[in-house]
Design a protein around this ligand. Structure first.
Ligand code: ZN
Ligand code: ZN
Length: 280
């Protein structure tokens, strides 16, 4: 049976994310999407620092989704949440970690799509001169990507967003600089002002649709997906376990059924050059 076909799905967003969410969800789930127009998702945390997030990303997006569902009296909804910062495995680089969560209250299902990407312009800097400011603008791809100018990082008395061209950017930069001696310049991470981020949200949504369309072989609920990759592929020379993936664990989000998919790269042993024993 199809759990979602023909139902109304609420997209919880304020920053134009429906642009990428709506077509993928309508096609992939056969739902009819409506978008929250006046629901203030900013109260759950803002990137520009006025309101900070109180919980981790998954709980934040879950709470946002549930609050909107109650307010709009809808039993099927999707919300998304991004986190930015150092990449967990490559500390020198910034990463954009996007979550897109689907909640179905009627069938008591929650499915989370995710995409972790290093394709992000995420950056922030206190700048004291125009040359450095112009360099920053070109690095972060302004004006196709937005910026936010503030008098300081936190609790700033001056905050300027939605700056559309370089002349305006320079004018505001110089105003703040004259008054405060330094300008906090940061990338605007709101989806509608950040095409790179919009792309990552799109890929996280694709991941969600894929999971939704993967049914549990036991209870046939949607959301049967990889929840863990387990290391230990044996070395072809010494036969000891390596750090390469031995199997992917797929689990149902509802019942206790799980499956181990061995050898995801279709090789049963690892090259000795990747073995800590043969090539320490
Ligand atoms: Zn070995
Ligand atoms: Zn199941």
């Amino acid at each position: 049976m199809n759990y979602f076909s023909g139902r109304r799905l609420l997209i919880v967003t304020k920053h134009g994310k429906e642009l990428v969410l709506k077509p993928l969800l309508e096609k992939g789930l056969n739902v009819k999407c409506t978008v929250t127009r006046d629901f203030d998702t900013d109260s759950f945390g803002m990137f520009s620092g006025e309101i900070s997030r109180k919980e981790d990303a998954l709980n934040t997006v879950r709470n946002k989704c549930l609050a909107a569902m109650a307010r709009y009296n809808c039993d099927l909804a999707v919300a998304s949440e991004g986190s930015f910062g150092p990449h967990p495995a490559a500390f020198f680089a910034s990463a954009d970690d996007e979550l897109v969560v689907l909640i179905d209250l009627k069938n008591d299902i929650e499915i989370v799509g995710r995409k972790l990407s290093m394709e992000t312009n995420f950056a922030a800097k206190a700048i004291k001169d125009k040359t450095t400011f112009l360099e920053f603008l070109s690095q972060i791809k302004f004006p196709s990507h937005g910026i936010i100018l503030k008098s300081k990082e936190f609790n700033a008395s001056e905050i300027h967003k939605d700056i559309i061209n370089e002349l305006e950017a320079i004018r505001i930069f110089e105003l703040i600089l004259a008054e405060f001696g330094s300008v906090n310049v940061e990338t605007d991470m709101r989806a509608m002002n950040n095409p790179m981020r919009m792309k990552v949200i799109q890929n996280a949504t694709k991941n969600l649709v894929e999971k939704v369309n993967s049914l549990c072989p036991k209870c046939s609920l949607p959301g049967f997906s990889v929840t863990q990759s387990v290391k230990g592929l044996p070395c072809s020379a010494c036969n000891l376990p390596t750090k390469s993936v031995l199997y992917l664990l797929k689990t149902c989000c509802k019942c206790d059924y799980s499956e181990k998919n061995y050898f995801p790269r279709n090789v049963k042993t690892e090259e000795p050059m990747y073995c800590d024993n043969c090539n320490p």
